[in-house]
Design a protein around this ligand. Structure first.
Ligand SMILES: [Zn+2]
Length: 536
């Protein structure tokens, strides 16, 4: 990963091009240029973590930053104020969109380039790593003529990818889709996309009020951030529109609570909301080097209790030149809630949280984030440790301190070597697990891999009973479903080649591209866009 450039001879233009090309090749979501007193540290965020990439000598610090500011359309004479810019270019014939931000810090200007990649969204809803059971639910929600579908998750949980994939699914000539976004992250043909500009009064709420007069069928609201936007979303849904939006919460139940805290009429909210898709990202095990290890009694217990499967071994990360610490790419873990009549009534009547929890998760109605994640563990897509990392015990489980799953996850149950709770009848446990497996649509538990005859579970027909998404390898899809901007052949080390940027070098940002942040471009001084050419 770490790269040494020949800083004495290589032109800065070339170095910047190579940094960007490497970022794309390595599936980086962001490139960080951090000034320190004696150098410029370049780091890349890959699969969620920052990795050191290069140290640029002090003498070139300013030149390199200036070059990035030029190609992203920033004012290079201004280094004391934060700026925003955009880069549009092409890499190996593939369009590349990047958003750039600069921030003056004590040791210089820190620049961050966000690489926008929506190739996954365009592959359609079937190919975003969603399980068959959950996909069916999402398709039912999308088939409704009205209602609100919310995608929830923290920043960087891939909720934009899921939202755009849903819009692509709805995008047909006979349907009028209007979006209000801040910012418009990806332009999709056939969609009417509005960019909010709060500095001139074009807020989410203001844009939405106008949109309703534009005869829309489907409305996409980038994010529900305030009460007024939420109210307009609800009104739009009950007047016959399908509303797709996102909200910053971490699971289905928390989303309902968050909405109930907002200033919206409860009976309207109950009527309007049709589904909630919660999402988190887990790192994917590298299929080139993943291994197997015996499961601990505690892991056996958690997997039996959560998904009714008996295991002896688990897949484990190793590490090879093609991955970072045994992981490569990320896969989403979902919790998809269809709002049924009981739940609508409970929302309207503002029932207590624990009753709401039962309506959401009771009777196995919703495959929980933990269950969806553990199925992906058993199938070798991710590791047990990763799922444990993304599960939030406090908010994903109730206040009920006797909740066995909660105790099991916290390792607070006393278990024997086979993962059975000491004192509990083994037979009763096994019957309960079998019933759960049946309920989750698993005919029989798959044979667990043994170290001797270890073959990846994905190649065994038994896993088909798990109702899991097909493994990437089987469909020719890349393992890094959410983030990979390049295909497998481009990634292969033997095919490393110099990227071909557009003939004229970087495409100078258009006014349109610059409008990612109107405020930052208020003062370009004496420069015109044409001047940027001269700096090459
Ligand atoms: Zn590997």
């Amino acid at each position: 990963m770490f790269r040494e450039f020949n800083y004495d001879t290589q032109p800065i233009v070339e170095i910047v091009n190579e940094i960007i090309a490497d970022a794309v090749k390595n599936r980086a979501s962001d490139i960080h240029f951090d000034p320190t007193p004696d150098k410029l540290k370049v780091r890349m965020r890959i699969d969620g973590d920052l990795v050191d990439y290069a140290y640029v000598p002090e003498v070139l610090k300013k030149n390199l930053t200036t070059r990035i500011k030029i190609i992203s359309g920033m004012n290079i004479t201004e280094s004391r104020l934060p700026q925003d810019g955009a880069i549009k270019t092409e890499l190996d014939g593939r369009p590349l969109d990047m958003r750039v931000s600069s921030l003056p810090i004590v040791d210089g200007e820190k620049v961050v380039i966000r690489v926008l990649d929506y190739s996954t969204s365009l592959k359609g809803i079937e190919n975003i790593g969603i399980s068959d059971v959950n996909l069916e639910k999402v398709k039912r929600m999308l088939a409704l003529p009205n209602g609100i579908i919310l995608t929830t998750g923290a920043t960087g949980s891939g909720k934009s990818t899921t939202t755009y994939a849903m819009l692509s699914e709805l995008n047909k000539p006979e349907i009028n889709i209007i979006t209000v976004e801040d910012p418009v992250e990806m332009k999709i043909e056939g969609l009417n996309q509005v960019q909010t500009m709060s500095e001139i009064g074009l807020t989410f709420a203001a844009a939405l009020r106008s949109i309703l007069r534009q005869d829309p069928d489907v409305i996409m609201i980038g994010e529900i951030r305030d009460d007024e936007t939420a109210r307009i979303a609800v009104r739009s849904a009950i007047t016959g529109h399908l509303v797709v939006s996102t909200i910053h919460t971490n699971n289905a139940l928390n989303t309902i609570e968050r909405l109930l805290d907002m200033d919206i009429e409860r009976y309207l909210l109950g009527t309007a909301i049709s589904g909630i898709i919660s999402q988190r990202l887990a790192k994917m095990l590298c299929t080139k080097c993943r291994g197997s290890r015996p499961a601990t009694p505690y892991e056996k217990l958690v997997i039996r209790k959560a998904i009714g499967i008996e295991i002896d071994n688990l897949y484990t990360p190793n590490g090879c030149p093609e991955c970072i610490g045994g992981y490569r790419g990320r896969i989403p873990v979902h919790e998809v809630l269809e709002i049924d009549q009981d739940l609508k009534d409970a929302i309207t009547n503002n029932r207590p949280k624990e009753e709401m929890r039962h309506l959401v998760y009771g009777d196995g109605k919703t495959v929980t984030m933990l269950q969806d994640g553990l199925k992906k563990v058993v199938n070798g897509l991710t590791s047990f440790e990763e799922i444990l990392r993304i599960i939030d015990i406090e908010s994903d489980f109730g206040d009920d301190d006797d909740d066995e799953m909660k105790l099991a996850l916290m390792g607070k149950l006393e278990v024997d070597e086979n993962g059975f709770v000491i004192g509990e009848s083994k037979k009763k446990e096994q019957e309960a697990a079998a019933a759960l497996a049946k309920q989750l649509g698993q005919a029989t538990a798959p044979a667990a891999p043994t170290p001797d005859t270890f073959t990846p579970l994905i190649d065994q027909p038994a896993t088909e009973t798990l109702a899991e998404p097909p493994m990437p390898q089987q469909t020719g899809q890349q393992p890094e479903t959410l983030v990979s901007p390049v295909n497998e052949t481009q990634m292969a080390p033997q095919e490393v080649k110099t990227p071909t940027f557009t003939e004229a070098g970087y495409e100078i940002p258009t006014e349109e591209a610059l409008s990612f942040n109107q405020g930052a471009f208020g003062d370009l001084g004496e420069m015109s866009l044409d001047d940027f050419d001269d700096f090459d």
